[in-house]
Design a protein around this ligand. Structure first.
Ligand code: COS
Length: 389
């Protein structure tokens, strides 16, 4: 059941998105950057620390409320929501779960206040879907680790003060073993920002290549066990993918609202096009897919913090299902929205083409939808084998 607190936070996020985000969204997209001030405004309301406990100055929201708020921010602009999702999701979550008390005290309040922006650096030029094939090396050196390698598609890699970077600590190990998670400060010598990517959508979001060149991370920058970083990354992506699902929902909802508004106003053949069955069928499909994806996303959010015996679907599979379903809904809905707008939809002057471009991102990042299907189907078959056995 939706609580009063959830409704209030969702309304606050919608009001903020309506007043502070949406009016600038098209301009940011064209300029390929967010205003610096928006980060401060987002932080001021506590959105940067939604999943961070109160003892570290976060809002300590339950994950469903988090998903609701994030959806509203994405309704305003998906690039803003992406920053918030990465901050709360993979970065803060990894520190919270696997960091020492000292690391938590050092970083979580700064992430919650937005004083420090976090980035997540797992992917590499040759290690995308096969993330465990990463080649960045971390070599032990008196009191710390020396890192060398290149990371790709690092959102906020230039703005971030803290980058959670994954590197191979055991050069003899392969696959998921022998990988460490490092809290890299972007001001360190050897942190070099490479090229800024030119993206299809989410153009205001800064995605860069990062080169780690003989970068030294002291021991207190290593998160947990030096050999278990890949598992930490996978675990962090469980909440990360719920965040991406919420982001996709915001894009879908925005496209749906634009399309319905247009359908009742636009007249052709002497009547609003919403009177035509072809358009109504689209609106019904859009509403249904969004509602279905939202229910699944909230269900996944509810389950991500639960420990204990994992029947099918586990939180891991559920978050993959949410991300898969919501991102496909966003792509489909935004495509239909462009279609409803017709010739105007294809123009940059109207908001729906941007939403269609933005919708493609969630189908790809934080694990492609092909990987989501791999994660889900692997569990389906495992469950079946378990049942049979
Ligand atoms: N939580 C905790 N541990 C997890 C986990 C999770 N959600 N998912 C996997 N692990 C663990 C596994 O249990 C396994 O550990 P054990 O050997 O101790 O059991 C280890 O991690 C390796 O997992 P797995 O065998 O599944 O690794 P694979 O190399 O087969 O690959 C996929 C797993 C393909 C699912 C993974 O590489 C992936 O998610 N790829 C997409 C990467 C991605 O999302 N990139 C986005 C970066 S941010 S834009």
């Amino acid at each position: 059941m939706t609580t009063t607190e959830q409704l209030e936070i969702r309304a606050m996020a919608r009001e903020f998105a309506e007043g502070e985000i949406r009016p600038s969204s098209a301009e940011w997209d064209a300029r390929r950057e967010l205003d610096d001030e928006i980060f401060g405004k987002v932080a001021e309301l506590g959105f940067m620390g939604m999943l961070i406990p109160e003892e570290y100055q976060g809002l300590d929201l339950d994950p469903v409320t988090y998903a609701m708020a994030l959806e509203e921010l994405a309704w305003g602009d998906a690039s803003v929501a992406l920053t918030v999702a990465i901050q709360n999701g993979p970065v803060a979550r990894a520190i919270l779960r696997h960091g020492s008390e000292e690391q938590k005290e050092r970083w979580l309040p700064k992430l919650a206040s937005g004083d420090v922006l976090g980035a997540f650096a797992l992917s590499e030029p040759d290690a995308g879907s096969d993330a465990a094939a990463l080649e960045t090396k971390a070599v032990r050196e008196g009191g710390g680790w020396r890192l060398n390698g290149t990371k790709r598609w690092v959102t906020n890699g230039a703005r971030a003060g803290l980058v959670l970077a994954f590197a191979r600590t055991d050069q003899d190990a392969s696959g998921a073993d022998g990988i460490g998670a490092f809290l890299v400060e972007s001001g360190s010598d050897g942190y070099r920002v490479g090229r800024r990517e030119r993206t299809l959508g989410l153009r205001a979001s800064e995605t860069v290549e990062v080169h780690l060149e003989d970068l030294f991370v002291p021991d207190d920058g290593l998160l947990g066990d030096p050999a278990r970083g890949f598992r930490y990354a996978m675990r962090s992506l469980v909440v990360g993918r719920v965040g991406i699902a919420a982001q996709a929902l915001g894009i879908a909802q925005a496209a749906f609202e634009h399309a319905t508004g247009y359908a009742v106003e636009r007249e052709q053949f002497g009547t609003p096009i919403a009177d035509f069955g072809a358009i109504r069928e689209k609106l019904a499909g859009m509403a249904s897919r969004i509602s279905g994806a939202r229910a699944l996303t909230h269900d996944a959010a509810r389950r991500i913090s639960q420990e204990g015996p994992e029947g099918f679907p586990s939180p891991n599979a559920l978050s993959a299902m949410a991300k898969l379903t919501a991102s496909e809904a966003a792509m489909w809905v935004s495509d239909e929205a462009v279609q409803i707008y017709g010739g105007y939809g294809y123009m940059r002057d109207y908001p729906v083409e941007k939403l269609m471009r933005d919708a493609k991102g969630p189908e790809i990042y934080e694990g492609t939808n092909e990987i989501m299907r791999h994660v889900i189907s692997r569990e389906v078959l495992r469950d079946l084998a378990g049942t049979d056995g």
